[in-house]
Design a protein around this ligand. Structure first.
Ligand code: SF4
Length: 112
């Protein structure tokens, strides 16, 4: 609990995977972002990218996934399903690149 019970806004507030549908009021099914459920999707990585496409906080999500060493979930459009060291590092590097790219594009927009 924060000072006076006021919870500061966090990057998760803008997450596409947590947003309610404006018409139905329903949230997306969180199971969609669990990699074991992607196994049925023939092009898992593409499907993961589609889930997160257009998410306004994709950079923060990628950064958080690297910091938390997220696993077995889709984060920032990357399906983190491998537990093999080399593959895991490759996926975290991809997330790091997404985070840096997003940060750079936000900075360039703020200079316009
Ligand atoms: S990038 Fe994907 S996993 Fe991350 S907050 Fe957005 S929708 Fe959720």
């Amino acid at each position: 609990m924060s000072f006076f019970g006021i919870i500061p806004p966090s990057w998760q507030d803008g997450a596409k995977c947590a947003k309610r549908n404006r018409i139905t009021g329903e949230r997306p099914n969180p199971e969609l972002w669990v990699t074991s459920n992607l196994k049925r999707a023939p092009h898992r990585q593409r499907h993961a990218a589609e889930l997160c496409a257009g998410c306004p906080v994709i950079g923060q999500c990628a950064e958080d996934a690297v910091r938390m060493r997220a696993a077995y979930v889709v984060r920032a459009g990357v399906a983190l399903e491998s537990v093999e060291d080399n593959e895991e590092m490759r996926l975290y590097e991809k997330l790091d690149a997404i985070a840096k790219g997003h940060k750079a594009s936000q900075e360039s927009r703020s200079y316009r």
